[in-house]
Design a binder for this molecule. Structure first.
Ligand SMILES: Nc1nc2c(c(=O)[nH]1)N[C@H]1C(S)=C(S)[C@@H](COP(=O)(O)O)O[C@H]1N2
Ligand SMILES: [Mo]
Length: 201
Protein backbone atom coordinates (compact mmCIF):
# COMPACT_ATOMS: atom_id res chain seq x y z
CA UNK A 1 0.00 0.00 0.00
CA UNK A 2 1.22 3.44 -0.85
CA UNK A 3 0.92 5.62 2.22
CA UNK A 4 1.41 9.33 1.73
CA UNK A 5 2.88 10.78 4.86
CA UNK A 6 3.40 14.29 3.59
CA UNK A 7 6.65 16.20 3.90
CA UNK A 8 6.89 16.07 7.70
CA UNK A 9 8.22 12.52 7.94
CA UNK A 10 6.02 11.89 10.91
CA UNK A 11 2.28 12.35 11.07
CA UNK A 12 0.91 14.56 13.79
CA UNK A 13 -1.01 12.65 16.42
CA UNK A 14 -4.03 14.93 16.57
CA UNK A 15 -3.21 17.99 14.53
CA UNK A 16 -3.27 18.82 10.86
CA UNK A 17 0.52 18.50 10.43
CA UNK A 18 3.44 20.85 10.12
CA UNK A 19 2.80 24.57 9.40
CA UNK A 20 4.86 26.15 6.60
CA UNK A 21 8.54 26.68 7.41
CA UNK A 22 8.49 24.51 10.56
CA UNK A 23 10.42 21.32 11.36
CA UNK A 24 9.56 18.40 13.61
CA UNK A 25 11.61 18.61 16.83
CA UNK A 26 10.73 15.01 17.65
CA UNK A 27 10.77 14.27 21.36
CA UNK A 28 12.91 17.29 22.18
CA UNK A 29 11.24 20.10 24.07
CA UNK A 30 13.55 23.13 23.80
CA UNK A 31 13.45 25.75 26.56
CA UNK A 32 13.11 29.32 25.28
CA UNK A 33 13.16 31.97 27.99
CA UNK A 34 14.14 35.62 27.86
CA UNK A 35 14.36 35.56 31.66
CA UNK A 36 16.14 33.52 34.29
CA UNK A 37 13.72 30.77 35.39
CA UNK A 38 12.01 32.04 38.54
CA UNK A 39 11.34 29.71 41.47
CA UNK A 40 7.65 30.30 42.09
CA UNK A 41 6.07 28.05 44.72
CA UNK A 42 2.47 27.11 43.95
CA UNK A 43 1.48 28.76 47.25
CA UNK A 44 2.90 32.06 45.99
CA UNK A 45 1.36 31.86 42.52
CA UNK A 46 -1.75 33.88 41.59
CA UNK A 47 -3.64 34.56 38.38
CA UNK A 48 -5.57 37.79 37.86
CA UNK A 49 -7.92 38.98 35.11
CA UNK A 50 -8.74 42.69 35.10
CA UNK A 51 -9.08 45.70 32.82
CA UNK A 52 -12.30 46.10 30.84
CA UNK A 53 -14.35 43.58 32.80
CA UNK A 54 -17.44 43.73 34.97
CA UNK A 55 -15.77 42.02 37.92
CA UNK A 56 -11.96 41.64 38.13
CA UNK A 57 -10.88 38.33 39.59
CA UNK A 58 -7.80 36.87 41.28
CA UNK A 59 -7.36 33.14 41.81
CA UNK A 60 -4.71 31.39 43.87
CA UNK A 61 -3.30 27.90 43.24
CA UNK A 62 -5.91 26.09 45.32
CA UNK A 63 -8.80 27.99 43.76
CA UNK A 64 -7.57 27.23 40.25
CA UNK A 65 -7.21 23.57 41.22
CA UNK A 66 -10.89 23.47 42.17
CA UNK A 67 -12.05 24.83 38.80
CA UNK A 68 -13.12 22.39 36.06
CA UNK A 69 -9.99 20.95 34.43
CA UNK A 70 -9.63 20.19 30.75
CA UNK A 71 -6.95 18.90 28.39
CA UNK A 72 -5.13 19.90 25.25
CA UNK A 73 -3.67 17.09 23.17
CA UNK A 74 -1.98 18.33 20.03
CA UNK A 75 0.89 20.28 18.59
CA UNK A 76 2.91 23.40 19.50
CA UNK A 77 4.85 25.65 17.12
CA UNK A 78 7.74 27.97 18.02
CA UNK A 79 8.50 30.85 15.65
CA UNK A 80 12.21 29.87 15.68
CA UNK A 81 11.15 26.84 13.62
CA UNK A 82 10.55 23.85 15.84
CA UNK A 83 7.18 22.19 16.22
CA UNK A 84 6.37 19.47 18.69
CA UNK A 85 3.69 16.93 17.84
CA UNK A 86 1.35 15.24 20.26
CA UNK A 87 1.88 17.29 23.41
CA UNK A 88 -0.50 16.77 26.32
CA UNK A 89 -1.31 19.58 28.71
CA UNK A 90 -4.00 19.91 31.35
CA UNK A 91 -5.30 22.93 33.16
CA UNK A 92 -8.25 25.30 33.16
CA UNK A 93 -9.80 26.72 30.01
CA UNK A 94 -9.60 30.51 29.80
CA UNK A 95 -13.34 30.46 29.08
CA UNK A 96 -13.84 29.64 32.76
CA UNK A 97 -11.98 32.78 33.89
CA UNK A 98 -13.45 35.05 31.22
CA UNK A 99 -16.99 33.89 32.02
CA UNK A 100 -16.33 34.82 35.64
CA UNK A 101 -15.02 38.35 34.99
CA UNK A 102 -17.42 39.19 32.11
CA UNK A 103 -15.46 41.35 29.60
CA UNK A 104 -17.16 44.58 28.49
CA UNK A 105 -18.79 44.66 25.05
CA UNK A 106 -15.95 46.99 23.94
CA UNK A 107 -13.21 44.49 24.87
CA UNK A 108 -11.22 43.23 21.87
CA UNK A 109 -7.72 42.29 23.05
CA UNK A 110 -5.73 41.16 26.04
CA UNK A 111 -2.19 41.51 27.28
CA UNK A 112 -0.95 38.41 29.05
CA UNK A 113 1.74 39.17 31.61
CA UNK A 114 4.05 36.92 33.54
CA UNK A 115 5.26 37.10 37.14
CA UNK A 116 8.66 37.92 35.57
CA UNK A 117 7.39 40.89 33.52
CA UNK A 118 7.23 39.14 30.10
CA UNK A 119 4.17 40.19 28.10
CA UNK A 120 2.32 38.99 24.98
CA UNK A 121 -0.72 40.53 23.31
CA UNK A 122 -3.60 38.49 21.93
CA UNK A 123 -6.99 39.09 20.32
CA UNK A 124 -9.68 38.13 22.84
CA UNK A 125 -11.20 35.86 20.18
CA UNK A 126 -8.06 33.67 20.34
CA UNK A 127 -8.53 33.16 24.09
CA UNK A 128 -12.13 31.92 23.95
CA UNK A 129 -13.92 28.92 22.48
CA UNK A 130 -11.87 26.24 24.27
CA UNK A 131 -8.60 27.12 22.50
CA UNK A 132 -6.60 28.61 25.39
CA UNK A 133 -5.72 27.36 28.87
CA UNK A 134 -3.94 28.10 32.08
CA UNK A 135 -1.83 24.94 31.92
CA UNK A 136 -0.79 23.34 35.20
CA UNK A 137 0.51 19.98 34.01
CA UNK A 138 2.27 18.36 31.06
CA UNK A 139 2.07 14.61 30.39
CA UNK A 140 0.34 14.18 33.75
CA UNK A 141 3.19 15.76 35.71
CA UNK A 142 3.35 19.24 37.25
CA UNK A 143 4.63 21.74 34.70
CA UNK A 144 8.45 21.98 35.11
CA UNK A 145 9.70 25.41 36.23
CA UNK A 146 11.74 25.94 33.04
CA UNK A 147 8.59 25.37 30.98
CA UNK A 148 6.61 27.93 32.98
CA UNK A 149 5.64 26.05 36.13
CA UNK A 150 3.71 26.27 38.28
CA UNK A 151 1.41 27.63 35.54
CA UNK A 152 1.66 29.04 32.02
CA UNK A 153 -0.65 30.36 29.38
CA UNK A 154 -1.23 27.85 26.56
CA UNK A 155 -2.55 29.10 23.21
CA UNK A 156 -1.36 26.30 20.94
CA UNK A 157 -3.04 27.46 17.72
CA UNK A 158 -0.73 30.53 17.70
CA UNK A 159 3.09 30.61 17.73
CA UNK A 160 4.30 29.52 21.13
CA UNK A 161 5.73 32.93 22.14
CA UNK A 162 2.11 33.91 22.92
CA UNK A 163 1.99 31.18 25.60
CA UNK A 164 3.48 33.23 28.45
CA UNK A 165 5.28 31.13 31.03
CA UNK A 166 4.85 31.88 34.78
CA UNK A 167 1.56 33.52 33.87
CA UNK A 168 0.38 36.19 36.33
CA UNK A 169 -2.62 37.67 34.60
CA UNK A 170 -4.54 39.07 31.67
CA UNK A 171 -5.37 42.73 31.18
CA UNK A 172 -8.49 43.06 29.00
CA UNK A 173 -8.36 46.03 26.60
CA UNK A 174 -10.39 47.72 23.85
CA UNK A 175 -7.27 47.99 21.64
CA UNK A 176 -4.18 45.99 20.74
CA UNK A 177 -1.06 46.72 22.81
CA UNK A 178 2.18 45.07 21.62
CA UNK A 179 3.92 42.77 24.11
CA UNK A 180 7.59 41.90 24.58
CA UNK A 181 8.32 40.24 21.22
CA UNK A 182 5.70 42.22 19.33
CA UNK A 183 7.49 45.47 20.28
CA UNK A 184 10.59 43.89 18.77
CA UNK A 185 9.14 43.21 15.33
CA UNK A 186 7.11 40.06 15.79
CA UNK A 187 3.57 39.71 14.46
CA UNK A 188 0.61 40.99 16.48
CA UNK A 189 -1.32 37.71 16.06
CA UNK A 190 1.19 35.00 15.14
CA UNK A 191 -0.88 32.41 13.29
CA UNK A 192 1.59 29.66 12.25
CA UNK A 193 -0.67 28.43 9.42
CA UNK A 194 -0.44 31.87 7.79
CA UNK A 195 3.23 32.15 8.76
CA UNK A 196 2.66 35.37 10.67
CA UNK A 197 6.16 35.55 12.12
CA UNK A 198 7.06 39.24 11.79
CA UNK A 199 4.97 42.39 11.66
CA UNK A 200 4.00 42.81 8.02
CA UNK A 201 3.84 39.04 7.30
N1 LIG B 1 7.62 34.35 30.53
C1 LIG B 1 8.02 33.93 29.32
N2 LIG B 1 7.16 33.21 28.58
C2 LIG B 1 7.55 32.76 27.37
C3 LIG B 1 8.82 33.04 26.87
C4 LIG B 1 9.70 33.81 27.65
O1 LIG B 1 10.84 34.13 27.27
N3 LIG B 1 9.27 34.22 28.88
N4 LIG B 1 9.20 32.57 25.61
C5 LIG B 1 8.13 32.25 24.69
C6 LIG B 1 8.62 31.49 23.56
S1 LIG B 1 9.44 32.33 22.34
C7 LIG B 1 8.36 30.17 23.42
S2 LIG B 1 8.76 29.31 22.01
C8 LIG B 1 7.77 29.41 24.53
C9 LIG B 1 8.77 28.36 24.94
O2 LIG B 1 8.23 27.55 25.93
P1 LIG B 1 9.13 26.37 26.45
O3 LIG B 1 10.41 26.97 26.98
O4 LIG B 1 8.31 25.67 27.48
O5 LIG B 1 9.40 25.50 25.24
O6 LIG B 1 7.46 30.18 25.67
C10 LIG B 1 7.01 31.47 25.40
N5 LIG B 1 6.65 32.06 26.65
MO1 LIG C 1 9.50 30.84 20.53
Amino acid sequence: MNVTRGFTGRPSMDGPGLPPGQYDAGDAWPVLSAEVTPGIAPADWTFRVDGLVAEPGTWDWEQVGRLPQSEYAGDIHCVTGWSRFGTRFSGVSLDVFLDAVRPDAAATHAVAYAHTGYTANLPLADLTGGRAWIALAHDGEPLPAEHGGPARLLVPHLYFWKSAKWIAGLRILDHDEPGFWEQNGYHARGNPWQEQRYSGD
